[in-house]
Design a binder for this molecule. Structure first.
Ligand code: MTE
Ligand code: MO
Length: 217
C-alpha cells in the first residue's frame, strides 16, 4: 500500500465534491502503481569538470549536509514559513489544482539524482538528491508537456524567489522536487520542505523553499 492510497488528504485543496476526490485518488493510485514498474533510481549526469572546480574554488566553510549555503533560511526570512507544518506544495494552472503535503510527496515514487549545485559565484558541489520527478507532478495535474512553469519560493523577497522553467527542464527525467539531500531530510538551509534540482541549470535557478508551481498558459 502506498501513501497515496491512504486517506490523508492528498488533495489538500479542500474543494471539490467527494466523488471527484475519490476519482483523483484513484487516478493518483494508478499513476503510483504504474510508476512502480519503472526504474526508481535515476542517475543524473556527473560533471567532472565542475567537480574538479571544487578543489580550486570552494566556498569557505561547509554548510549542513556537506554542502555550502549562500543564503540561509534565516537570511532569506523564510524560517517560519518553511518549517510550518501547514505547508503544502501548491500546484496550479494544470487541468486540476492540487495541494500536497510533504507526506503526500514522500508517498509518490522517489527518484534519486546526482547533480551539482553550480553557483555563478564560482563554486560547484555535487550531491545526491531525492524527491519527486517534476514531470510526475505535472502529470498529476494534467499539465500539457509543452508548457512553461513558474516556480515560486516561500521566500518573501529577493532575486530568486520566482523563476520560470521551460519544458526542457520541467520534463527532464533528472529534474526533481527534492525532499532529501545526501540521504537525509533536506536541511532548512538547503530548501526544506522542498527545492528544485534540475540538470544543466545555474544554481540561481535551483529554487529553495518551493511553495507554488504554476503551469503557464
Ligand atoms: N529561494 C531561493 N532559492 C535559491 C537561492 C535563494 O537565494 N533563494 N539561491 C540560489 C543560488 S544563487 C544557489 S547557488 C543555489 C544554492 O544556494 P545555497 O548555497 O544558498 O543553498 O540555490 C539557489 N536557490
Ligand atoms: Mo548561486
Amino acid at each position: 500500500m502506498t501513501g497515496l492510497e491512504q486517506d490523508r488528504g492528498l488533495d489538500g485543496t479542500e474543494h471539490g465534491d467527494p466523488e471527484q476526490r475519490t476519482g483523483r485518488r484513484a487516478f493518483l493510485g494508478s499513476v503510483a502503481a504504474a510508476a512502480v514498474g519503472v526504474t526508481v533510481v535515476t542517475v543524473g549526469q556527473s560533471f567532472p569538470g565542475l567537480q574538479a572546480a571544487n578543489l580550486f574554488g570552494p566556498r569557505d566553510g561547509k554548510g549542513p549536509q556537506g554542502l555550502p549555503v549562500n543564503r540561509t533560511a534565516a537570511e532569506a526570512a523564510v524560517e517560519q514559513l518553511a518549517s510550518d507544518p501547514a505547508w503544502r506544495l501548491q500546484l496550479n494552472g494544470g487541468v486540476r489544482s492540487m495541494a500536497l503535503t510533504r507526506d503526500d510527496l514522500l508517498g509518490l515514487p522517489q527518484r534519486e539524482v546526482s547533480l551539482p549545485i553550480a553557483c555563478v559565484e564560482g563554486w560547484s558541489v555535487g550531491a545526491h538528491w531525492s524527491g519527486v520527478r517534476l514531470a510526475d507532478l505535472m502529470d498529476l495535474v494534467g499539465a500539457d508537456p509543452d508548457k512553461h512553469l513558474r516556480v515560486r519560493s516561500l521566500q518573501p523577497a529577493g532575486a530568486y524567489t520566482v523563476v520560470e522553467m521551460g519544458p526542457e527542464f520541467a520534463r527532464h527525467p533528472s529534474t526533481v522536487l527534492a525532499l532529501a539531500l545526501n540521504e537525509q531530510t533536506l536541511d532548512l538551509d538547503h530548501g526544506f520542505p522542498a527545492r528544485i534540482m534540475a540538470p544543466n541549470r545555474p544554481g540561481v535557478l535551483q529554487t529553495k523553499w518551493v511553495g507554488t508551481i504554476e503551469v503557464l498558459p
